[in-house]
Design a protein around this ligand. Structure first.
Ligand SMILES: Nc1ncnc2c1ncn2[C@@H]1O[C@H](COP(=O)(O)OP(=O)(O)OP(=O)(O)O)[C@@H](O)[C@H]1O
Length: 273
């Protein structure tokens, strides 16, 4: 039976700050197509869990199931512990295409999600100032999206997500619409943001360099139906990871091997089919 449920303190037996997500035997079909098979996974509070896997293996589907946009055919998404007391939206998405309103300024786009919750005036201003500072957008509060670069637009989308103080950010290829240089800069920004104030995220990406730079844990899904092929942890603190760092390079090479096998098998299936 499918379920999305909240169990405060289930892990420790007492109230705890922060909310973990626990995936318990998730499977999902679209019609006759089996998309995900028996996914069990812990997403601990304060960590970034990256999901990688070949195209079409079900990464975005899994994110939607975690976010409650769809219900899994089988298995459960458990919320363990409590979201922050002032969280307006515990599970908040950040998409690749920014999804900003073009006629609203930077601060107008952020204030919109607060208005939706009846937050206006001084309280709204304090939240907007905080998230624009954290995303280095304070000087651009009055700019319109069309005046901003792609990287800055995505920073606005991240600021908007932070404004609701989410327990978990669900990030679906947030950097993949950006050029390589902008991606690097935004990765630095995400590292700085997390280092100043750790957040919890499930981060879908095709880009292994992003996964190795940002992930505390990297989950490799197999080709469809997506199963957990491997879970790779990186102990190096994310603020200390550098390009060419031997530990990160080894993890990158291992990921690439796994991905290459899965992508090749997926390609062959397409040719056969
Ligand atoms: N709403 C839907 N209805 C029917 N099929 C769907 C739906 N959403 C996704 N699918 C199918 O489910 C499979 C998994 O799609 P999904 O987008 O989750 O994969 P993905 O790993 O995120 O892919 P990519 O890396 O290419 O973005 C694909 O075969 C896709 O066509």
């Amino acid at each position: 039976m499918a379920a999305v449920s909240s169990h405060a303190g289930m892990l420790s037996g007492s109230y705890r700050v922060g909310m973990d997500i626990k995936l318990d035997g998730i499977s999902h079909h679209y019609g006759h197509t089996e998309v995900l098979r028996n996914i069990s996974l812990d997403i601990p509070a304060g960590q970034i869990v990256c999901l990688v896997g070949p195209s079409g293996c079900g990464k975005s589907t899994l994110l939607r199931l975690i976010g409650g946009l769809e219900r899994p055919g089988n298995g459960r998404v458990l919320q363990v512990g409590a979201p922050p007391a002032d969280s307006l939206n515990p599970l908040t998405f950040v998409f690749q295409d920014f999804a900003l309103l073009p006629w609203r300024s930077v601060k107008g786009n952020v204030s919109l999600v607060l208005e939706d919750h009846g937050i206006r005036g001084k309280r709204s201003k304090a939240i907007i100032d905080d998230v624009l500072n954290r995303t280095k957008l304070a000087d651009f509060a009055d700019a319109l999206p069309k005046q901003l670069s792609g990287g800055m637009k995505q920073r606005v989308a991240i600021a908007r997500a932070l404004a609701v103080n989410p327990a978990v950010m669900l990030m679906d290829e947030p950097l993949s619409a950006l050029d390589a240089q902008t991606r690097e800069l935004l990765m630095d920004d995400l590292v700085a943001l997390w280092t100043r104030q750790p957040f919890t995220a499930v981060y879908v990406t095709h880009n292994l360099a992003e996964a190795v730079r940002l992930g505390h844990t990297i989950v490799v899904l197999s080709r469809r139906p997506g199963r957990i092929r491997e879970i790779i942890s990186i102990d190096t603190p994310i603020s200390e990871r550098r390009a060419g760092d031997p530990v990160c390079q080894r993890k990158h090479d291992l990921l690439w091997e796994l991905m290459r096998e899965e992508a090749r098998a997926a390609d062959e299936e397409l040719i056969d089919g």
